[in-house]
Design a protein around this ligand. Structure first.
Ligand code: PSV
Ligand code: MN
Length: 388
């Protein structure tokens, strides 16, 4: 087994970023269910995210989505975050909700719409400047629904032209991360459908462009850990959007459908330097809590990532290597399975105690009275939700 004190140190240094939109109302295209106490603005979303950090100690970053989190004064928002003990993480762009984007944004055939989309991306970089965020997160809903609807290659050209302009605007210490998704909302072609397309664009753009792996964005059966290992090898893994899926882009709590897959992914991360802060891989949750209580669901998700991380860190890499080198197929597999089958909950309880935290974050949250407080206080106003 790996050295336990080193594993504990790595676990207490872990950083998991939570999404502002995970605290708002959400649902499917059939129904958004409202919950009492849900935040009404980005300030309240950040206050909720701060609760997750307070009880887990490993969630100090909050991702924003613009314009869902549009405010008059971003400096004030960053200050508010600092006062609550958290920081603004990645700035997620949104070029998918305006009527103008019906047939695309940065790959739209009309230059005026492309201009509007690029201006939005540039505005997101302005927000990074003010909030201290170092990453622009790009996901494009662009694509087509029908064969012949648009020229596939021309759309790639338009996409790359837009990316090039935004890339040039990035300052020192800033980067862009480009997310791919197989399908949805476009059903025939998607302009950034897979890691290869994202990687090819990022490679051409330069060192400040990296790929985002959203765990829900692949065809069923795709070996995500292979993608992760490959991208880490090429120094092109920028960020994760963690979530769990049974069927498509379900956006459920990470580690709930397939904790073994999460372990396999994090094993590649651990083995290949992905937890080294110098490699700047962001570990974000991109989830929606449609039917479960939101703050506890985010806490549970953070704990799921911690558990999979602990197991990944426990893999005896020396034993693994020697089994691999000697062609001991079953032995190598057993090394991984031993780590996966370890009950790491006592270890994590110890880590939390050493961090001065309650060993049970969910119990600590329940005992804090915060859930009752927000239900009582957040009366009136408009609850944040999909698109707000
Ligand atoms: C798209 O499905 C996506 O994964 C992107 O990251 C968006 O920004 C996010 O979901 C919105 O929840
Ligand atoms: Mn995502």
């Amino acid at each position: 087994m790996a050295e336990v004190s080193a594993v504990q140190a790595a676990l207490s240094a872990q950083v998991i970023e939570t999404p502002s939109w995970g605290y708002g109302n959400s649902g499917t295209r059939f129904k958004v269910f409202a919950q009492a106490g849900v935040p009404r603005d980005p300030f309240e979303k950040i206050a909720d995210a701060a609760q997750v950090h307070a009880v887990t100690g490993v969630a100090p970053l909050v991702s924003l989505h613009i314009p869902w989190d549009k405010v008059e004064d971003y400096e004030a928002l960053a200050r508010h975050a600092a006062e609550h003990g958290v920081r603004i993480g990645m700035i997620n762009s949104n070029t998918f909700q305006d009527d103008d984007y019906k047939i695309g944004s940065v790959a739209h055939p009309d230059a005026k719409i492309r201009r509007k989309a690029v201006d939005h991306l540039l505005e997101c970089v302005d927000i990074m400047d003010v909030t201290g965020s170092d990453s622009l997160k790009l996901w494009f809903a662009d694509g087509t629904n029908y064969p012949g609807q648009d020229d596939i290659m021309a759309r790639q050209d338009r996409l790359f032209e837009a990316l090039t302009e935004v890339y040039a605007r990035l300052g020192d210490g800033q980067r862009m991360v480009l997310e791919y998704k197989l399908f949805e909302p476009a059903f025939y072609t998607t302009d950034v459908p897979d890691w290869g397309t994202s990687y090819a664009h990022c490679l051409k753009l330069g060192d400040k462009a990296q790929v985002v792996v959203d765990t829900g964005h692949h065809a069923p059966g795709t070996n995500i850990e292979f993608i992760v290992a490959f991208l880490l090898r090429e120094k092109k893994l920028g960020a994760f959007d963690f979530n769990s899926r049974f069927y498509a882009d379900d956006d459920l709590m990470v580690g709930s459908a397939d904790p073994f897959q999460l372990f396999r992914i994090l094993h590649e991360v651990a083995k290949n330097g992905g937890f080294d802060p110098a490699n700047k891989v962001a570990f974000m949750l991109d989830q929606c809590h449609n039917i479960e209580a939101k703050i506890p669901a985010v806490i549970r998700s953070v704990m799921n990532v911690q558990e999979a991380t602990a197991k990944a860190l426990l893999v005896d890499l020396d034993a693994l290597k020697s089994a691999q080198q000697s062609g001991d197929v079953l032995g190598a597999n057993a090394v991984l399975m031993d780590a996966y089958n370890t009950d790491v909950r006592p270890l994590l309880r110890e880590v939390r105690e050493e961090m001065g935290l309650d060993p049970d974050p969910l119990a600590a949250y329940r005992a804090s009275g915060y859930a009752e407080k927000i239900v009582a206080e957040r009366v009136g106003g408009t609850q944040a939700g999909w698109g707000a």
